[in-house]
Design a protein around this ligand. Structure first.
Ligand code: NAI
Length: 696
């Protein structure tokens, strides 16, 4: 099978990689390229070589399956192909269309010149998989674009649009018909006998770089990249490009690559990558079922969530009407949307033109009549069953028969909401996360009667809104919030026993969460947390810690009142002795003797209950697979992606450890804290989540 076509255009040879779907740099591609380069190099009639990709794209990366399966790549590896390119005494030009990412872009960087389609994107996103570019990417990128640009692009893994790549010096020209232009460029270079540009020798961007730059950058990303290996190895490698001889610098990249490749973080991030793709597949919703087209949306309630949800639709180019009870509430909501967009422009994440376009798609309304021509209505009114049912009853009367009626409820029973309509098959949960215009997760929730097409539509909608989408079953709290109560509940039990808020948050943040559980409570508002807690039914043998309620009673609602579990100066949290005495009072009332609690105990007691409830959720079929839970926690709850999500992490540390913690907690905590039957079974047999067969 030929996967690299050898085509002569007079005196220029085009090596066209044709390996669907994305021309990944798999073994046959590397082999074909090497062979083609040798053949063209040896043929005296060939004056120049162009490397291009069929299916409208340059190679979009390495072959992840090949990498995941043992990681020892079969020769020739990419570096051998690159060495052949650099050793070819004729111009080698990359014709970049589509996306040239990872190994694909590293291949292009080893060509003498690069021509990119105006619409193309390039980048080295290896960091997202816990890796660093291992085929000279850190070196050549830095030599072309300079260390500042390399540090930003490689530690974030962003895709760079071709015009920006041109500005940065990563590509040499833009073109509409990229292969034609690349052929002309290569031929000209040969005719003019242009000195071949060996990128790995280009030195002007790496000379005279201040060594301070790297120390400052390490400090800058410290908070965001805490605990992660790859971003710091990338910095080391870029620094080496600027300070070490070429061979030594390439060796440092290589060593960093191998270290990352063999690290558990790489394994965890690759797991998340595949789990996010897997989560889109719903076994009982056939891929033949076509999602309904969404041409117009209505969002009901312009509060915290409704406004953000409307922004999602507008950003995706879908006209959206925002419905409120009164003109005042509407103006407040629309004002907040404008403020959010203005902040994006100020930050540079959106252009004013993009914002104007989005804002032109958002309209405020106060009359349900306008919902008549919507393809989907997303309800985001108060979390109150009576109010929600009234809204759905009204909607049922006005919405078009085909329209999907979705609710953003975070805990309420989807079936009870659906029962307020005559079309429960059209009713579904679309649970966005706050702030909805920022958070990546969309947890869709199916009710008993939700039709497969309704599910297919909200899954496709999530993708269109650039969300990571998971489907949950209907239960109190669905996947994410149902698990969370055990984690945050346990944090307060630990406070009663002797921990302090700062110790708990430090341990969890040290594990890699962006924020610890008590800092999160203060951010979300302790009154809100307390209200949700009150609405939950728990068995008689179980209790909540009274600490949260006491804080609320003292007006310590969190950041919004300047004090909660901490006291705040601006957004800076400061441990507050008053809180400690409040906690100590609770301990003494409960007759608990406070003790020193080790960090490891804190970690286990917070995370193991999360996993335990996750196992029940898998067993009950609320989550289709354990990986879906990881996707929810990584994208919606700040669980560090480099740990792979709670379920993956638990399997890495051994499920038996989780069972053991739960056995310890259950007697004092109540029935819901018992070890999950599934977990006990897997722990006993030594099997993992994959043995359940749902991941296949
Ligand atoms: P919010 O209180 O900020 O906003 C609710 C809005 O709905 C208010 O502006 C209110 O005027 C409006 N409203 C009430 N009844 C209405 C009606 N009959 N017709 C039209 N508008 C009406 O509440 P928030 O926080 O935005 O929550 C909305 C929903 O989203 C709730 O179900 C909540 O559980 C859920 N949710 C909230 C999250 C959060 O972090 N705030 C996260 C995920 C879900």
């Amino acid at each position: 099978m030929t996967v690299v076509n050898y085509r002569s255009e007079a005196d220029v040879v085009v090596l066209e990689i044709d390996y669907p779907p994305v021309n990944a740099l798999s073994h046959p591609v590397r082999e074909g390229l090497l062979e083609g380069l040798r053949k063209a190099g040896a043929d005296p009639l060939v004056k120049a070589i162009v490397i291009a990709g069929a299916q409208g794209t340059f190679p979009a990366g390495a072959d992840l399956n090949e990498m995941a399966s043992g990681l020892v790549l079969k020769a020739p590896i990419t570096r051998e192909v690159q060495a052949q390119m650099e050793a070819t005494p004729k111009p080698v030009v990359a014709a970049i269309a589509g996306t040239a990412l990872g190994g694909g872009f590293e291949l292009a960087l080893a060509c003498h010149w690069r021509i990119a389609a105006t619409s193309a994107k390039v980048g080295l996103p290896e960091v997202k998989l816990g890796l660093i570019p291992g085929a000279g990417g850190t070196q050549r990128f830095t030599r072309l674009a300079g260390p500042e640009a390399a540090l930003d692009a490689l530690t974030s893994g962003t895709h760079i649009p071709a015009p920006r790549a041109l500005e940065l010096g990563l590509v040499d020209a833009l073109a509409d018909d990229v292969v034609v232009e690349a052929i002309a460029f290569a031929r000209r270079a040969a005719q003019e006998d242009k000195p071949l540009r060996i990128v790995s020798d280009a030195a002007d961007r790496i000379t005279g770089v201040s060594p301070e730059l790297f120390a400052a950058f390490r400090k800058k990303i410290q908070a965001k990249a805490r605990g992660q290996l790859a971003p710091f190895r990338i910095i080391d490698s870029i620094e080496a490009a600027c300070t070490q001889p070429k061979e030594a610098a390439f060796r440092i990249e290589r060593e960093g690559f191998l270290e990352c490749r063999d690290s558990p973080q790489r394994k965890a991030l690759v797991h998340v990558f595949f789990a996010e793709r897997e989560a889109r597949k719903i076994p009982d919703v056939s891929s033949d079922i076509k999602p309904l087209p969404i041409r117009k949306a209505v969002v009901i309630g312009a509060g915290t969530m409704g406004g953000g949800i409307a922004m999602n639709f507008a950003n995706a180019g879908i006209p959206v009407a925002l419905l409120e009870l009164s003109r005042e509430a509407l103006d407040r909501g629309l004002g907040l949307i404008q403020k959010n967009y203005a902040a994006s422009v100020a930050r540079g994440s959106l252009t004013q033109a993009r914002v104007d376009e989005a804002l032109s798609l958002i309209h405020g309304i106060t009359d349900y009549g306008a919902a008549a021509d919507a393809d989907i209505v997303v309800e985001a009114v108060f979390e109150d069953m009576k109010v929600k049912r009234e809204v759905f009853e009204k909607l049922d009367g006005v919405a078009a028969p085909h329209a999907i009626l979705a609710t953003n409820t975070s805990t309420l029973d989807i079936d009870a909401i659906a029962a307020a309509t005559s079309r429960p098959e059209k009713v579904v949960g679309t649970h966005f996360f706050s702030p909805a215009n920022v958070m990546k997760l969309l947890e869709n929730v199916r009710g008993k009667h939700t039709a497969p097409q309704t599910i297919a539509t909200v899954m496709a909608l999530g993708k269109r809104l650039s969300k990571v989408v998971v489907l949950a079953g209907n239960c109190d709290g669905f996947i994410g919030n149902r698990m969370l109560q055990f984690y945050s509940g346990e944090a307060e039990f630990l406070l009663e026993e002797g921990a302090t808020p700062e110790q708990i948050d430090r341990v969890i943040e040290g594990f890699g969460f962006a924020m610890g559980p008590l800092a999160v409570r203060d951010l979300a508002g302790n009154d809100v947390g307390f209200m949700i807690r009150k609405s939950r039914r728990i068995p008689a043998d179980e209790r909540w810690s009274p600490i949260l309620q006491r804080l609320v009673e003292q007006g310590r609602l969190g950041q919004k009142t300047g004090k909660g579990f901490y006291r705040y100066e601006g957004r800076t949290r400061i441990p507050d002795p008053e809180v400690l005495s409040l906690i100590e009072r609770v301990s003494s009332e409960l007759g608990i003797r406070r003790r020193a609690i080790a960090d490891q105990e804190i970690l286990e007691r917070l995370l193991h209950p999360l996993v335990n409830e996750g196992a029940k959720i898998v067993d009950e079929g609320i989550a289709i697979r354990a990986g879906d839970i990881d996707v929810v926690y990584v994208n919606g709850y700040g669980f560090p992606a480099f740990r792979g999500g709670p379920m993956f992490w638990a399997e890495e540390i051994g499920l038996a450890n989780v069972v053991e913690t739960m056995r310890r907690l259950a007697p004092s905590h109540g029935t819901r804290w018992r070890p999950a039957a599934l977990l006990e079974r897997l722990a006993a047999s030594g099997e993992g989540w994959n043995s359940l067969g749902k991941n296949a």
